[in-house]
Every structure is written in C-alpha cells, then in structure tokens.
Write a protein that binds this ligand. Structure first.
Ligand code: NZQ
Ligand code: ZN
Length: 386
C-alpha cells in the first residue's frame, strides 16, 4: 500500500426527512444564495422543504443551472453573489448544480482577471466561498468531494477543477429524493458510481486489501440494488444503499494508497462536450474499450474483480479478465445503457482524431495509472468504441 494523507471535512446528514436540518447548519447571520437546476425541485416538493428550512435566514435564489453546468450561466450567478454580498451558498440538485456551485465558490475568491483560467489552468482553490448541499440525485459523489466539471458551450469544452477548499461544509442525503428521478437518470447514477470505483480499482495490485474490499463492496452493492431501484424508486432500503454507495464511490476514501486511472472520464468528458451525451453514458461507451486496450496492464485486477463480483473462476488470467469486461458490458446493458458511440450519434467518424488532436494540444500525453496512454492510444480506444 502506498503512503497517503486523508482528510474529508464534509459533514454528512443522512436519512429520511433531514432537509429541515439545514436551518441549523447554515450560520444564522449568513446571506445565503440557494441554487438549483432546471426545475425538478419545484415538481417534487423539495423546493418547499428547502424554503421552509431557510425561512429564518436572509436568502436569495438562482435557478436554471443546466445538466453539465454551463460556464456563462454560472457567471450570472457569480454576479449575484458579488452584488448581494453572499457569504454562504446552498446547492439543491445533482452533480451539475453542486459542481456549478463549486465553480462559483472558487470564482468568488479568485484573484485573477478571467475566471475561465480556474479551469483552463487547473487552478487549485485552497479556500472557496463556503457552501452546503441538498443532494437530489445520487451519482457523482460531488456532495462529498472537492472536484467539479464545468462545460463551456461556446468552445465545446468540458474541464475539471477542484482543490481542498471546495468540499461542501455539509451535505443532506435524504434517499427519499429518489422517488421522482426518471429511470434514465437512475441508470446513469448507477453506471457513473460503478465507473468511479473502476477508475480507482481497475489498475494493478499494490497490496491494498482493505481499499480493494471496500471498492468491491460498493460495486457489489450497486449490482444488487440497481434492478430494485429501477423497478421501484420507493424501495427505501435500496434507495438508501444506492445513495450511500454513490457517495462512497467518490469521496476520496477508496483512492487512498492505490494507483488511479481516470482516463475513461477524461475521454468521456469530450463526448459530452461534443455531442451532449449524458456523462454516465460516455463512460459506458469508453470504459469497455479502454479496459480491453489496456488488458495487459489491468488483467490481475480485472480477474480479481471478475471472481469477486461476477463469480468468474474458469480459464486463464487473460480469459477471466476478458470475461469480467464482458460481464461489465452486460451489466450496463441490463440498465438499458448502450455502449457504442454509433448508438448515440451518426456523426462519429472523426471523433477519435478530434480528441487525439485536442489532447495533444493540451499536452495531455500521460493518461492512466501508468501514465502510458498517449493521444494516439486515446484515438485507438475511441475508435474501438464506435
Ligand atoms: O435540472 P433539474 O430540473 O433539477 O433536473 C435534473 C437534470 O435534468 C434531474 N434531477 C435531479 N434530481 C432530480 C431530478 N429529476 C427528478 N427528481 C430529482 N430528485 O436529473 C438531471 C441530471 O442532473 P445532473 O445533476 O446533471 O446529474 P448528475 O448528478 O449525474 O451530474 C452530472 C454532472 O456531474 C459531473 C458530470 O460530468 C456532469 O456534468 N460529474 C461530477 C463529478 C464530481 N464533481 O465529482 C464526478 C463525475 O464523474 C462527473 O464528471
Ligand atoms: Zn463520473
């Protein structure tokens, strides 16, 4: 196991009917900006619950943060933060709203002249404007991590940012929010969380037995509860386990002391930027090809995963590793998630070359846990996913 530091300051408030607690978590004298997405919270009753909880506070609202949070819209929210002298933000939404609030949190304290540089130059934020979250969609883990991904339509870019000052102060996780989530988004949540675990697990063994078992526990739980929540989002036990699995998949714990990959995410973000494909679906397109392409590097962990998650024990190491990838693809298909780029767009022929050029221009030449995935490898991986 490798050396590591671990600090996660986010307070989690988990369970039924916990939203009212934000009243006591947000400082009494704070000037609060509540931010939300396209309006789902107005249809499912969450908006009323949050407003009721904020009634003793001075608060303002900003709605309309879209899925894949758009830079220009976030800049409008930043203007309100400055004009109204906001000193605490409350994100009510899924990964997009929470990520958007993280960008505003960083931009509010940024001293450079162009906030886009936070993304373009990957500026790490040491202390952002404080914020809490009410999670409405389990998937990204953004509610308990310090990363964000922001989209800019103008340049068709989707870039990551983060820093130790961007953890939420608190996050309310009420599994009952799942009731109103469409099946498509539930399936996305399962696949996103599952892939987060794979990015931090499907590398090579370093004797981190506990991290492996925790990661496998998250994947096993997702496999077990996925059909249940999709059949019945009101199954509270399944919903609670789904929500906590998604948080645990990307709150930093399972990546400690182990190598991590993240190339699937970096390539996947390009597919969202180019075609607007849902984040999780881009991962389902790229992950199988990437695992096949890097089989030699990843075969020990693939075989271990195959045995422990899918019960695969027959065949050589390579055969077991291949069978484990096939099982993963079957799992995505069982959630009605397609795994080929050509199933999402007809305009795919130039995608691999475009991404290869883009990564070359950005000097992203050392992806993957062994830093050996070059832009030309990326091109081949994307072509394999057509
Ligand atoms: O906007 P509204 O109207 O609220 O509708 C949303 C949105 O259309 C809807 N929704 C959310 N909660 C709902 C609901 N509908 C009914 N009932 C509810 N309770 O779901 C749609 C998708 O929401 P979004 O927030 O976009 O989904 P998700 O949580 O999957 O977030 C995706 C974004 O997070 C980024 C992705 O790249 C993408 O931009 N990620 C963030 C990460 C992080 N910060 O750590 C890691 C991830 O890998 C990911 O990259
Ligand atoms: Zn993800």
């Amino acid at each position: 196991m490798r050396n590591f530091n671990f600090k996660n300051p986010t307070k989690i408030i988990f369970g039924k009917d916990q939203i009212a607690k934000i009243a006591t978590e947000i400082p009494k004298d704070a000037r609060v900006l509540m931010l939300y997405g396209g309006g789902s919270i107005k249809r499912n009753g969450l908006y009323e619950q949050v407003i009721e909880a904020l009634k003793e506070h001075t608060y303002f609202e900003f709605g309309g943060i879209p899925a894949n949070p758009e830079y220009d819209i976030l800049m409008d929210a930043l203007a309100i933060v400055k004009k109204e002298k906001i000193d605490f933000m409350l994100a009510v939404g899924g990964g997009s709203v929470i990520d958007g609030v993280k960008f505003i949190s960083a931009a509010a304290v940024y001293e450079g002249d162009d906030p886009w540089n936070i993304l373009r130059k990957y500026v790490r934020t040491q202390q952002g404007l404080p914020f809490g979250t009410v999670l409405t969609l389990p998937a990204t883990g953004s509610e308990m991590n310090s990363g964000a991904v922001i989209t800019r339509a103008e340049t068709k870019e989707k870039l990551a940012m983060g820093g130790p000052g961007l953890f939420p102060v608190f996050s309310v996780l009420d599994p009952q929010v799942i009731h109103s989530i469409p099946k498509r988004q539930l399936a996305n949540g399962v696949v996103d969380a599952f892939t987060h675990v794979m990015e931090q697990y499907m590398t090579y063994p370093v004797g981190a037995y506990l991290q492996d078992r925790i990661a496998e526990g998250v994947m096993q739980t997702l496999v077990e509860i996925a059909p249940r929540i999709i059949a019945d989002p009101k199954d509270y036990t399944a919903a609670a386990n789904f929500m906590w699995s998604c948080t645990m998949a990307l709150n930093g714990l399972i990546q400690k002391g182990v190598p991590t990959d993240w190339a699937t995410h970096m390539i996947g973000h390009e597919l969202t930027a180019l075609y607007g494909i849902d984040h999780a679906r881009t991962l389902a397109i790229i992950a199988p090809s990437l695992l096949r392409y890097k089989l030699e590097n990843k075969k020990e962990k693939l075989a271990q995963y195959g045995e422990r998650i899918w019960g695969i024990t027959d065949g050589s190491l390579e055969e077991r590793a291949q069978a484990a990838i096939d099982k993963t693809v079957d799992f995505f298909h069982s959630l009605d998630i397609k795994t080929r780029l050509s199933e999402y767009t007809e305009d795919y022929q130039q995608t691999a070359t475009f991404i290869e050029d883009r990564f070359t221009k950005r000097s992203w030449v050392t992806l993957g846990e062994r830093k050996d995935i070059t832009p030309s490898d990326v091109k081949e991986i994307v072509e394999m996913s057509y």
